[in-house]
Design a protein around this ligand. Sequence first.
Ligand SMILES: [Zn+2]
Ligand SMILES: [Zn+2]
Length: 385
Amino acid sequence: MEVGEKFEVKKGMNLFEYTGHLHIHSTFSDGKGSMSHIVAAARQAGLDFIGITDHNTLAARDEGWEGRHDGVLVIVGMEVNHRKNHYVAFDVTEPVPPDDENPGNVIAAVNAQGGFGYMAHPVEKGNPAFLDGCCYPWDRWELNDYSGLEIWNFGSLWRGSYRRLWQALFWYYADPYRAARFPEPEGLALWDRLSRERPVSAFVGSDAHAMTLGRGLLKVTFFPYRFLFTTLNVHILLPAALESDFSTARSQILGALRKGQFFCCSDYLQPGNGFRFSALNEEDGEVGMGGQIPHTPGTVLRVVSPSPRSIIRIIKNGRLAYQNRQKTLAFKVLKPGTFRVEIYLRTLFGPDLPWIYSNPIYVTDSGLRGRYCLSAHCGSPEPSP
Ligand SMILES: [Zn+2]
Ligand SMILES: [Zn+2]
């Protein structure tokens, strides 16, 4: 195991942080909430932006909902495919035709429009108590050219956790977050495997549908949007504040998502605002999440957690390289690799709970300086021939 030395943490880049919730369904597909209801819920939850991803449609955009509403920036993407291989796409101009059997065609169609996307709930399991055991995982692992994958999906975890309806109902009222406390280990392992080869970012979401049961006065809404918007969120980090012009702000948000310049957080445990992860050395300066930096003997990872109850975990190439109870950390990088950070929160009586998942920083071989871009995804200069 590689163990870095600890250094004093110096003040890092000054960044602007915005919180959003991705992977949301409205009445334009099978969600139960209207767009006005969803926007109101987002505003009440204190979100800066939301990503609407209805199944196989951009209707929310066509009906004029993309824009700034009550201070919430609404960006409309879509979730493509039906029975499996769901792909969440953003920044597309036309509806992307589904192709369950060949999702590579979906990815290519999204990229051809200049968009980008994520594999949604790739390792979903489902269970017999819901939808007759139906689930919608991925089964095509040889593909690439996507931006990332969803590592933590509140709805998937809840549906997959309880074998009996009474259990689901009991825990819904006793502890609605219980099923979603831990992301699927298989999803994390998949992400680590993929991100060793090229930049692959992770996102989280609730797959919000606000399902209802019963009628009239007996109608119950499970996991209302307002609740879900306080659970698994993304926090983007920008070098400048969001512009007041919507089109520019939209580009700023989508640019950060496209490049992995964000972290995933269970704001349900505690709002994660203030988390920072960067890498720096004298020759190349400082880069944030999603960035690449050539390795030098002086390369250091810098981690700042917003909570004194933190356990900082450095994951290098999918393996735990360092773990300790601390709020800040400077970690000397001894060799190149793909580095990401997990923050767990210590609890009084229960297990330590995962709270924050950073997107990776790619520390490359120093011989690749100036031509270390791994793909067009990262936005760095193209490789030299
Ligand atoms: Zn889906
Ligand atoms: Zn969905």
